[in-house]
Design a protein around this ligand. Structure first.
Ligand SMILES: Cc1cc2nc3c(=O)[nH]c(=O)nc-3n(C[C@H](O)[C@H](O)[C@H](O)COP(=O)(O)O)c2cc1C
Length: 175
């Protein structure tokens, strides 16, 4: 039995929802899970955990600074145990951009940090135009228009492949 720390960086909550899907799969494999927002994890004693997973969403082309700050501050703890990282973004709705090797944000992430998690994955996120602030809605609709995605301002679409999230969770349980 392992103690697994699941850290997430989210704005609208979808990355947390993904973690909430991952947690019971790991628990079903007899491990314990602690779920924490990465911004609140500064004081966590990482030596209490056997494995660490970080999930982070993309907003305007970037993972948040808090993700990199945590990784830099805790690099030695991350390097001394099995770890995993996943990114959540809308670009990943496209089959040709939904793998760690092909997703531009995962590639950018790996260029920005020297942390090399044992497992990497990419999940397509959730689009919720009605919930966006007007300027954000305009910007995202434009980005989606450029990439031939949905632009109906009333659209709420979850692109996440939950089967794939489950498969990732099982790999975390086994790593
Ligand atoms: C204001 C805003 C900006 C976004 N920028 C991008 C982007 O640049 N590239 C992308 O692929 N997805 C982008 N997305 C999509 C998010 O990554 C997606 O909605 C994800 O599910 C958000 O996860 P979260 O709720 O955990 O923050 C953006 C979403 C919003 C609302």
């Amino acid at each position: 039995m392992s103690a697994i720390l699941l850290l997430y960086s989210t704005v609208d909550g979808h990355t947390r929802t993904i973690c909430e899907r991952i947690a019971p799969v790991i628990e079903a494999a007899s491990h314990t899970v602690t779920l924490e927002r990465i911004e609140d994890a500064g004081g966590i004693e990482l030596s209490a955990y056997d494995k660490i997973v970080i999930g982070a969403s993309i907003r305007y082309g970037r993972h948040r600074r808090s993700v990199f700050e945590f990784i830099e501050a805790r690099l030695s703890a991350l390097e001394s145990r099995p770890t995993a990282f996943f990114t959540v973004n809308i670009v990943a709705r496209k089959p040709e951009k939904d793998r760690p090797e092909t997703n531009p944000y995962m590639r950018k992430f790996l260029r920005r940090t020297c942390w090399r998690p044992r497992l990497l994955d990419v999940f397509a996120g959730r689009l919720d135009y009605p919930r966006c602030r007007p300027l954000d809605r305009l910007a995202i609709r434009f980005i989606l228009w450029l990439s031939k995605g949905p632009t109906d301002p009333n659209a709420v679409i979850e692109f996440t492949d939950w089967t794939r999230v489950d498969a990732f969770a099982r790999r975390v349980a086994e790593m």
